[in-house]
Design a protein around this ligand. Sequence first.
Ligand SMILES: C[S@@+](CC[C@H](N)C(=O)[O-])C[C@H]1O[C@@H](n2cnc3c(N)ncnc32)[C@H](O)[C@@H]1O
Length: 293
Amino acid sequence: MLDKRSVSSHVFSTFKERLSDCAEARQNIQILDVGAGLGSSFKRIYDLGIGSRIDYTVVDIEDLHVATARTEIRRWLSERGHVIRDKSPRHIVATDVGREVNCQFVTADALRFAAESSDAFDVLVGQAFLDIIPLKTGLKALFKALRPGGVFYFPINFDGISALLPVEDKARDTLVEDIFHQSMDERNDGRTGGSQTGRQLLNILPLVGARIDAVGASDWIVRPLPGSDKYSHDEKYFLGCILKFMHNELMNSKRISSESRAEWFQQRCEQLELAQLKYIAHQLDYTGRFVGE
Ligand SMILES: C[S@@+](CC[C@H](N)C(=O)[O-])C[C@H]1O[C@@H](n2cnc3c(N)ncnc32)[C@H](O)[C@@H]1O
């Protein structure tokens, strides 16, 4: 829900135009979703209503995510009145009046899978994924899956701001944010785009043969429901996870004392319980075509 609300509508509507072009040019659209998690991008894309036949491949390195994505997508399509046929444990075919979708669910390293797919796909989707791969070599591997002129859609790329409000102790808040971002920057021995992935893509995408047709912000902004002193259930849980995640990174750092860390965590958890805590994460979305290097 948070991702759906946050994605850039400008970028998504440009992606929609590119997808329509694909549907006009080809009888079935082949879509590859890398680092697909529980398959939430599928629903947004399928809901656009474009294409009478779609082949959608979900790839994730975690088998549990892939299995959950299958269950969730199957349930979602069935609730929409589609007739579902299980072609194999990892392949479903869903049909509705005038529409058919073939969904395949693959547990694999997406970079390897894409590199070995060679030109098989019309569309490449990667949501909240690029900050965990080596950016330049990873993108080169991913683009190998696209036919020339293929379309890419990369929403939710973190870009260097994780602000918790209210500001309590500016120096400490800045240090906490900095340690959190440093942990992203050190991931994979510093070979990923880390905390600056969003802005780095602006330069790197053209270097690896991608034409950026639209870029826009997709910031997560979490706050209590309007006119209420409560968060939605999901978003309270989400904020709790963010706090635990940040706290874990602080525990791995010598830059903050254990007293200061404990005080920070307790204060932020209390604010969460009182629905006083707000959170902003700055992110960027991209769409365009792979035109080749
Ligand atoms: C932040 S989640 C994003 C999930 C989904 N795209 C979404 O936006 O809801 C990143 C996903 O990438 C997967 N992942 C991490 N490294 C991967 C790799 N090398 N190949 C495929 N999947 C990977 C993780 O298991 C996780 O499901």
